[in-house]
Design a protein around this ligand. Structure first.
Ligand code: CA
Ligand code: CA
Length: 75
């Protein structure tokens, strides 16, 4: 249990920033704005991602990452 108000405020700010960053990253990565990220689009912002990691993130197996799938691995 955290009783320190400063620690709670810090944790809240950190989580909010992470959520905003993930949302911004998805929008930025989706260069053709079709609402899904291809491997090439993900690679542009996450150059280290392998095809194996992309397939693992693509939980419905449709070949692209939805915002939900993307945030599951980045958020
Ligand atoms: Ca796209
Ligand atoms: Ca998918």
């Amino acid at each position: 249990m955290i009783n320190n108000p400063v620690a709670i405020a810090f944790a809240t700010a950190f989580l909010s920033t992470a959520a905003i960053a993930a949302e911004g990253d998805f929008t930025r990565a989706d260069t053709n704005t079709d609402g899904a990220l291809t491997y090439q689009e993900v690679l542009a912002i996450m150059p280290g991602m392998t095809t194996d990691q992309f397939r693992a993130a693509d939980s419905d197996g449709n070949g692209t990452l939805s915002q939900t799938e993307f945030e599951a691995v980045t958020g």
